[in-house]
Write a protein that binds this ligand. Structure first.
Ligand code: ADP
Ligand code: MG
Length: 677
């Protein structure tokens, strides 16, 4: 019997309500979603590496006799397991372990483990490896590559692997646009498959996915051309008044982009414009000019930011720019008291408020606008491809669509833009405001931290402010928060003459905002933070930044973080800390950061630096992307995507051919069901 790709995952044996809920967090609702949940990469566990050949920074499979198992009480309690083979010795270490785990390791004679090795003191150590214990010498390892899936808490790699394996055993119908046999091949590449062969298979599927995406965008562009929007022609000249009290002159690039936006707004067709500009290029003020134009016509603007922190900052900026013009700005966040929330919602509903700033909460049912003419989405990359494929506008009962302005700091090469944003017009701010100082970037071993604290003592004493960013390997808010708290305590003790603040994702939203405001108001000298400060935070007086464990972050994220300094006229410095024993690849990345401040250049380097294991792409945490396509890897497919996409469009440019519809159906986002383009 043939399996039905549209059936719910709960129809799979062993998937109960609990697992179903966990899978839903991964965007897996139907069987086809699970098939499309492809490995991020593969690990080569086909070869056991002799212990003498293990180097710091290597991911590898090792095995050997268990020499000793003991609990150590250092700074942190841990379980240390010494493993030895004929060539050498390494250690495995567990900072979280159960009594059960300890017993099993004590009773076993052999262990086989997989993970990354680093120096822990002078000992090559793998922390929290995946491992298996044996009572006699282990059998040869599996001859196939091991897939590594993106997963979520409560669902281990092994469980996921088994689930997918059971799926691949079934027989699948051959549907155009979603070649199931090829998908199964990617889940379970045969023993002899080379990485190149796997990459080629992935590429074919990526081509399908990108083509489907292109068709959706084309369909949307078509639909937009037929829609109507409120035309917002030049009116009272409030924009000119903003120019006068802005306190700086627009760069040529900003002026050009403002013009492009305002020209769009004059039309009776909804604008859909993407503004691309590197961090610090001054995108926010562009949004302000657009909002003012809407307000001149008595219309409202919704401004959506990816975090509450950023929403708050936009609120403050917009208020300072718009209030003098007699315009009212309202902040809506999820954290308001019921009463306050009611008052503000009423303000929005009545039209008393001209600009409404918030997070995605703005798209909630209960927010109703009086006369919404423009919606602005900041840092669009955070919202992801699928949300973009599915995003519905909040439309009033009229036939009119709001104009839409989307802003992003993600550097996307021009060739990609054409395919990716086939539905949009694109403006680029290719110039930074004058007077910006270059950020001098230093790379430093973490052992030099004490000297850095001394350096910061002088910087803070001179009245400048600084960030100390704490990043951890574990992508867990809880652990990140603990680490940041520890660092905060140490720095508070080391710098008693200064006020140190702490900002992390576990704080209540109000507290976060309060701390950020205090920092902005210079009530805090130093801000210890997790990567929550990554996006858009703007404090020009902050000139120094330390990034802990910088070797663990990708270039894009480092660039975003570093972009928090270098916003004023004082020379800025960024210190990238790394631990001894980092891999060569990490060193190359850190050097690239030292050499360049150009987001486009760094994005290119990021792609070049990817290893062969990353054929399916290293998707950055928090950043939603295509399910299979990875722009770094598959950018060269774009001309083919456009060619094929165009060929699939029917009469009137509509994606209505049979193959087009099959593609659209196969790749429709899981949670929205079918997408009619
Ligand atoms: P981003 O493009 O990263 O969103 P912002 O809009 O936050 O950048 O702008 C960064 C900082 O630069 C803000 O403090 C903003 O007020 C300031 N700024 C924007 N445009 C100019 C300009 N033309 N000259 C000087 N400063 C500017
Ligand atoms: Mg911004």
């Amino acid at each position: 019997m043939q399996a039905n790709p549209q059936a719910r995952v709960s129809t799979l044996k062993g998937v109960g309500p609990r697992l179903e809920a966990t899978l839903a967090k991964l965007g897996v609702f139907r069987l086809v979603d699970l098939l499309l949940h492809l490995p991020l990469r593969y690990q080569d566990r086909t070869r056991v590496v002799p212990l003498i050949e293990v180097h710091a920074g290597d991911d590898c499979l090792v095995e050997g006799r268990i020499e000793s198992v003991n609990v150590q009480f250092g700074k942190r309690r841990s379980l240390r397991v010494v493993v030895r083979d004929d060539t050498g010795q390494v250690a495995l270490r567990f900072f979280h372990f159960s009594r059960y785990q300890q017993n099993a390791l004590e009773q076993a004679s052999f262990v086989r483990a997989y993970g990354e090795f680093r120096f822990f003191g002078r000992e090559l150590t793998c922390a929290h490896p995946e491992y298996e214990t044996f009572h006699e010498a282990p059998p040869p390892p599996t001859p196939a590559l091991t897939p590594i899936y993106p997963t979520t808490q409560g669902l281990g790699q092994n469980r996921l692997r088994k689930l997918v394996a059971s799926l691949c055993e079934q027989s699948w119908p051959d549907i155009a646009g979603a070649p199931f046999t090829k998908l199964c091949y990617l889940h379970q590449p045969p023993a002899a498959a080379t990485l190149d062969e796997i990459a080629a298979a992935a590429e074919e599927i990526a081509l399908d996915e990108l083509t489907a995406y292109y068709l959706v965008m084309k369909g949307r562009a078509l639909k937009r051309a037929e829609e109507s929007a409120m035309p917002l022609p030049q009116a009272e000249g409030l924009g000119r008044r903003l120019l006068d009290h802005l306190g700086f002159r627009l760069t040529k690039a900003q002026a050009r982009v403002v013009r492009e936006v305002l020209e769009d707004l004059e039309k009776a067709v909804p604008m859909l414009r993407l503004v691309q500009g590197d961090v610090g290029s001054g995108k926010t003020v562009i949004a302000a000019f657009a909002a003012i134009r809407a307000a001149e016509h008595g219309c409202q603007t919704a401004l959506m930011a990816p975090t509450e922190l950023l929403a708050e900052q936009h609120y403050l900026n917009f208020s300072s720019w718009l209030a003098p013009l007699g315009l009212r700005v309202t902040l809506l966040t999820g954290q308001l008291s019921a009463k306050e929330s009611r008052i503000r919602l009423a303000e929005v509903a009545s039209g008393a408020s001209h600009v409404v700033v918030g997070t995605h909460a703005l798209f909630q049912e209960k927010v109703s606008f009086d006369n919404l003419a423009l919606s602005i989405i900041d840092e669009q990359h955070r919202f992801g491809v699928h949300q973009r494929m599915a995003l519905q506008h909040k439309v009033a009962d009229t036939n009119r669509q709001p104009h839409q302005l989307v802003m992003t700091a993600t550097p996307i090469p021009r060739t990609l833009t054409m395919a990716l944003y086939a539905d949009m017009d694109v403006s680029v701010i290719d110039e930074l405001p004058k007077g910006r100082q270059a950020i001098t970037t230093h790379t430093l071993e973490s052992g030099k931290r004490p000297q850095l604290v001394e350096r910061f003592r002088q910087v803070l004493a001179s009245g400048q402010q600084a960030y100390w960013v704490c990043t951890l390997i574990d992508e867990s808010d809880e652990i990140d928060a603990t680490a940041a708290t520890t660092l905060f305590e140490a720095l508070t003790a080391a710098l008693p003459d200064f006020r140190v603040g702490l900002l992390h994702g576990r704080l209540k939203s109000d507290d976060k905002v309060g701390i950020m405001q205090a920092f902005k108001a210079r009530e805090l000298n130093l801000l210890v933070a997790t990567t929550v400060v990554e996006v858009g935070v703007d404090v020009p007086n902050a000139t120094h930044m330390v990034i802990e464990n910088a070797d663990r972050l990708g270039l894009a994220q480092l660039h975003q973080l570093r972009g928090r300094v270098g916003r004023g006229e004082i020379a800025s410095h960024c210190y990238l800390l790394f631990n001894s024993g980092v891999s060569e690849a990490a060193k190359v990345r850190l050097n690239a950061m030292r050499e360049s401040q150009d987001g486009f250049y760094l994005a290119e380097q990021d792609l070049k630096l990817r290893g062969p294991g990353d054929i399916l792409g290293t998707r950055q945490a928090g950043e939603q992307s295509f399910r299979i396509a990875d722009l770094g890897v598959h950018a060269h497919l774009m001309p083919e995507v456009i060619r094929r996409g165009e060929a699939l469009l029917g009469a009137n440019d509509e994606p209505s051919t049979q193959e087009a519809l099959a593609l659209l159906e196969a790749w429709a986002p899981a949670d929205t069901g079918h997408l009619s383009a």
